[in-house]
Design a binder for this molecule. Structure first.
Ligand code: GTP
Ligand code: ZN
Length: 355
């Protein structure tokens, strides 16, 4: 397989040449477990770790490789490889780190499209759709809405749902499918492009695994463990998290992806709620919160019924979450800085005492 088959492009190649990385091998991280990586190269899959240098020059977890990353690495005779550099990312999906407040955890990188999967029966929820959209918009990933289980509803209900979406969400393709009858499969297959990278976002039970299995032409979820011997006879076993689909698309499906909470949409609100943001330019006060101010263009539009009340409320809720998350990050930075200073003072002090 060529690098291009799993997503390598001219931009990455240009970076590689300009940054004197020609002596390294290039590969894509297909799985990660406790800082051990499986990297797919033209020669096959390699097991790798990062160099000490990369570790020490990393300021945050974001600088470490993640699934989807393109990396420059060296393979040693022992069959072991070291990652020297992470090539620039075109997109990044992250979530709030559950253990550490204010820390981000990268789920996957270099994703072109996210399939936002919602079942058309009980799962359908437009507020949640807006949240997933916001995740996409803040991650620089293009969204596609996929409605599954349309075999469980009638045509009237389906057109109602489609209408509901269109009132609140503009310019996002919507594909309605049934994994059971395979209705709409031609449409979903048609949007999946060769060498583009996809991921799926959606609640549990909406049909993501079923769709993935069908698109890959294999039963991946059950046979997800690959065992392959490296050229030195070492065995690499990993949970495959990057899958090449039947028509050449690439799908990232790692455990983290399934856990991207809808609370992780800390940016991208401007794009999801562009109507509200456009209106806000006409608010009397620059720092208008659009909740009780005089001369608020958003409240005026709301009163006139020009924007949906439910959408407005969803926006306010997400805006509050965003503010909260940002202040947690700011606080953490302040603490880190204070700690850094204390450490410096301590070292200075210790050095003074030496002489
Ligand atoms: N009727 C109907 N059932 C479906 C459809 N798609 C999936 N299902 C069923 O819904 C259930 C859940 O499907 P999965 O594919 O496991 O859902 P998932 O999104 O991968 O769920 P998690 O693995 O928990 O994230 C299974 O019993 C499927 O057979 C559909 O289009 N129509
Ligand atoms: Zn306002």
């Amino acid at each position: 397989m060529k690098l291009e088959d799993f997503g390598y492009n001219d931009k990455l190649e240009k970076f590689r040449v300009e940054n004197n990385l020609k002596d390294f091998e290039v590969g894509r991280v297909v799985s990660e477990h406790k800082e051990r990586y499986i990297v797919k190269t033209e020669k096959g899959e390699l097991e790798a770790e990062i160099t000490g240098n990369l570790r020490f020059s990393s300021n945050t977890r974001e600088d470490f490789p993640a699934v989807g990353d393109w990396v420059a690495l060296t393979q040693y005779d022992s069959g072991f490889s070291l990652i020297h550099k992470v090539l620039p990312r075109s997109s990044m999906i992250s979530r709030q780190n559950v253990g550490q407040a204010g820390e981000k955890q990268i789920i996957a990188t270099n994703i072109d499209y996210a399939l936002i999967v919602q079942a058309a029966d009980r799962d359908f929820n437009i507020n949640r759709l807006e949240r997933y959209l916001t995740i996409c918009n803040s991650s620089k990933v293009s969204p596609v809405i996929v409605l599954t289980k349309i075999d469980l509803i009638d045509e009237l209900r389906l057109s109602e749902i489609l209408e509901k979406i269109k009132v609140r969400i503009n310019n996002v393709p919507i594909i309605a499918i049934s994994n059971k009858s395979q209705d709409g499969y031609d449409k979903i297959k048609a949007i999946i492009e060769k060498a583009k990278t996809y991921c799926m976002l959606g609640s549990s039970g909406v049909g993501k695994s079923t769709l993935l299995n069908r698109l890959s032409g294999k039963t991946i979820m059950q046979t997800n463990t690959i065992s392959q011997s490296t050229n030195k006879g070492r065995h690499v076993t990993s949970h495959r998290q990057l899958v090449i689909l039947e028509n050449g698309g690439i799908l990232i499906d790692n455990p983290g992806m399934r856990e991207v909470g809808i609370a992780d949409s800390t940016g991208g609100l401007e794009i999801t709620f562009d109507r509200i943001f456009r209106l806000s330019h006409n608010c009397k006060f620059k720092d208008c919160t659009h909740t009780n101010e005089i001369g608020c263009a958003v409240l005026e539009a709301l009163e006139k019924g020009e924007i949906e009340k439910a959408s407005y409320e969803n926006y306010l809720k997400m805006e509050r979450e965003k503010t909260h998350f940002e202040s947690t990050i700011a606080e953490k930075r302040k603490k880190d800085k204070a700690f850094g200073k204390r450490l410096k003072d301590y070292k200075k002090d210790r050095n003074k005492k030496k002489y």
